[in-house]
Design a protein around this ligand. Structure first.
Ligand code: B12
Length: 316
């Protein structure tokens, strides 16, 4: 069995749904230009970190000296269907699917460390590695597409034709030379459902993604007040948004996450807005300490809850 096959077997044993290998070459020149245009247009909003370490982001080999390959893994986070049909007497706000699970950063990183440990026991040569999940300056979706995990769709998500869009990504950049996988042949064809579904027009007609308008950015990354036009469009979305993902035809029959160790909270899909407004720091930490929701902080979550409540009052 080749080392690449061993890696695939081990990643499946570790509970990942997808894995692939690409070389550590810089990302495609057209994509690098698209990234520079995105920054220049100011579409990153106040995510200043997106403009830092640009060379590293565009070239994995600058992230780790001697890097030759990138192992990319995918973890399916499509939730079970039990969340549909929610009703409540008190006003509630919606939480995006990715935040119904424990924080994926720690989960994926721990599993990738296990993968490195099993590679170390498999091969005699010493190798260097760097584990990346989200926060490292690495163009994760472009690399995942190159490693054959799926393709980048009009909703800007990495889409796998069988698993849909709700897939977390993680990488091991390594000095090991591994057999690369081939990209897959699939695309969005003429489908534009995600662009029509985006409540704020973040998915622009020219194919660019204006993060400053994305409800994920506004309710999670953006600090400070949100202007009235966008606040109204946030509707009852308390934390994040899934519209461009859920309308994707590839998502329609996507199977739910089967990884039982990846903790899922079935009570987090709709949160009581008044309870959130009454929370103190201790309660916030105790409730959301293991959740991606902690990123927004208590004051940020309360800002979002006030917006949802005001929208609810306007609707009645
Ligand atoms: C900044 C960021 C955000 C920002 C900006 C999003 C954006 N579209 O850029 C905000 C806060 C809005 C956000 C939201 C979300 N994010 Co986010 N985010 C990131 C981060 C840190 C960087 C993304 C980036 O580089 N953006 C810059 C733009 C220009 O890049 P891009 O649109 O991805 O395009 C690049 C490639 O896709 C490629 N490309 C573009 N078009 C095409 C076309 C083809 C044919 C090909 C081959 C390639 C290609 O070239 C571009 C330049 O590199 C990554 C982690 C990472 N380090 O990569 C996670 C990441 C992209 N996010 C992720 C997730 C899950 C989300 C959310 C679903 C939930 C959430 N709130 O986090 C939403 C989805 C919104 C959406 N439709 O994109 C996952 C995506 C997994 C997937 N299946 O794609 C990532 C990879 C994190 C992870 N490790 O799992 N995110």
């Amino acid at each position: 069995m080749s080392l690449s096959q061993d890696i695939k077997r081990k990643t499946a044993e570790l509970g990942f749904d997808l894995s692939g290998v690409t070389d550590a070459a810089p990302i495609d020149a057209e994509q690098a230009k698209a990234f520079a245009r995105w920054l220049e247009a100011g579409f990153a909003g106040d995510m200043g970190y997106m403009g830092r370490n640009l060379q590293k982001r565009l070239s994995p080999a600058t992230l780790l000296e001697g890097a030759q390959s990138v192992i990319v893994v995918g973890l399916n986070y499509t939730p079970p269907k039990l969340l549909e049909g929610h009703t409540s007497a008190t006003p509630t706000g919606k939480v995006a699917n990715y935040a119904l699970y424990e924080d994926y950063h720690g989960f994926v990183k721990r599993r990738l460390r296990d993968l490195v440990a099993s590679l170390e026991s498999l091969i005699d040569v010493e190798f260097k590695f760097k584990i990346c999940v989200d926060s490292a300056p690495l163009a994760e979706r472009a690399l995942a597409a190159r490693a054959g995990l799926g393709f980048v769709g009009r909703n800007h998500m990495l889409i796998n034709p069988e698993l849909g869009c709700q897939i977390f990504l993680g990488e091991i950049v390594t000095s090991l030379k591994l057999e690369p996988d081939e990209p897959i042949a699939a695309d969005c064809s003429d489908c534009r459902k995600c662009m029509d579904a985006c409540p704020t027009g973040a998915l622009r007609g020219d194919g660019q993604f204006d993060a400053r308008r994305c409800v994920n950015y506004l309710t999670i990354e953006h600090k400070g007040p949100i202007g009235p036009e966008l606040a109204a469009k946030i509707a009852d979305r308390l934390f994040g948004c899934d519209e461009c993902v859920l309308v994707c035809p590839y998502q329609k029959d996507a199977p739910a996450c089967t990884n039982e160790q990846f903790k899922f909270h079935d009570d987090r899909g709709n949160l009581d807005l008044k309870e959130i407004l009454n929370m103190d720091a201790e309660m916030f930490g105790a409730t959301f300490g293991d959740s991606p929701i902690k990123r927004v902080g208590l004051e940020g979550l309360k800002r979002n809850a006030r917006i949802c409540l005001a929208n609810e009052e306007r609707r009645c």
